[in-house]
Design a protein around this ligand. Sequence first.
Ligand code: GCB
Length: 614
Amino acid sequence: MLYPIENKVREVKNLCGIWNFKVDVENVGIQEKWFEKPLTDTVPMAVPASYNDLFTDEKIKEHVGYVWYETDFIIPDSWEEKRIVLRFGSATHHAYVYVDGKQVVYHKGGFLPFEADITELMEKSNLENHRLTVALSNVLDWTCIPCGEVISKEGDGYPEGFHFQETYFDFYNYSGIHRPVKLYTTSKKYIEDIVIKTEVEGLQSNYSGEEMLTVEDYKALDCKELPTAESAVVKIKIQSTDTLKALMVLDEEGAVVAMETRFKVSGQDYYAEIKLDNPTLWNPGAAYLYQLRVEGEQDVYSETFGIRTIETNEKQFLINGRPFYFKGFGRHEDSDIHGKGMDEALNIRDFNLLKWIGANSFRTSHYPYSEEHMMLADREGFVVIDEVPAVGMCFWDGQSVFGGNRVNDETLKHHLDALREMYERDKNHPSVVMWSVANEAATHEEGAVPYFEKVIETMRELDDSRPITMVHTTGADGDKVSQWLDVICVNRYYAWYTDHSHIEVIGLQLEKEMRRWNEKYQKPVILSEYGADTIAGYHKLPAVAFTEEFQCDYLDEFHKVFDQLDFMIGEHVWAYCDFQTKQGLNRVDGNKKGVFTRNRQPKMAAFRLKERWK
Ligand code: GCB
């Protein structure tokens, strides 16, 4: 799915701003057809934003079910001959969208874009002002990813109608229109999709393949000249109802470095290959972005891409032929007031902090981040593990998730849809080097085997150019699905959730387990989460759990082990920042494992990591 852009053919109208908002207290709005008329008794609401933290009323914050959004828009006369599309960057989690009272799209899944072609509707309408209404539900059940359940209780001790949204993941179920809403135009015949894959020849990675990969070797590699290539082949597939005329590749200065006017055509699919001599590669920390300009008889589109290779073997993850060590974080889209609402200023602050601390990568735990975020990652040269919102598929008390009436065929269908949508959105981002198909699923259960075989096979069919991982909580001996993965990602909290505060156990337990993963699967391993809750400003000597000193000591124990294991290819600390969760006995106003506070200021561990990573 292409991002809406402006050019000489296409226009974009941003619908963000203040909308009307109403909580559907009894969840009756759809039956009562509220969409047919302007909403009554509304209050102002910001788009994009989570609505939860904008009010002082807990009933709104914790409402389970529908809320309604409404705004209006005008179609300029100059759009008369255009195709008009209404596009949502995301709406969490189920959105029914109506224009002038007619449903134009329904979308399930809170973290990926969707759109509706409203050309015909606009052509038939004689209204000047159009009403856009959205009925949005935040309910999560076992057919959804992330998974959840609405719990109702009755009888002694419970007030009538007592119910709440239960979630099996550790972040607050923020809801709302989280990402920009836009109207965009194309010509009537239009370019629908572009897939760009690159291959390089004559790669010079400045890596002999013989170095032992100790920390010192990785450091030495970082100091060598960047990898280069003699040539690249850009393989392009375009879906278009317009007849294509030419393709051009432009460099960062805007100069045309290659052009092609011949295509192989099959129906609406166009194929071409463009050769580039001496291309500048997209390297981690040294991004280089090309534009592919597609010109049709009517439509024009420019897509950004980068040229880089990715390979894995039993001990390494190679980018442009050079072993890459992941330094960075698991993160969340989360901030005060905005919740999960996209915030460009916050995004910039985040990338500046990541650069300051010496991180080179992150995982979009536990859902794909905004498109605007991904574009920044491309441009800033960050390496991204892109994760689908499959989280909450494990119980720690032994209950089965895949063996009973929880995860079911509908869950699988939705999971596969989300993989497809994530791929379609993010396929051309050079920053995305690996797909993560789930976080912490019960992969020790027999029922997880056919489920994840299908999930991983589908991801591989969608994209055979990127490695696939899945982030584990299950141990190596219990896990039953990693034979289909390329890289093993494991989350571990030794001395925190087990043997709490005894950091002296970390070394032994971690080393033993990491070796077991590598022995069993012969694949490289990333510790994709490790960390300790830490209250900013809380200090004690000797260190105790929750102090800033303890967080530093805790991380150090993990690092000693990583530095001795040559199949460990990365460390992603949990978490980048403190973030909001549901209320719980072990969550005092959220998860405090951040190396930065929720307000994006450093704890002591940030300086420790900066020293290590730089
Ligand atoms: C995990 C989860 C993450 C939690 C974290 C924690 O394993 O993947 O979502 O926030 O642990 O802090 O418990």
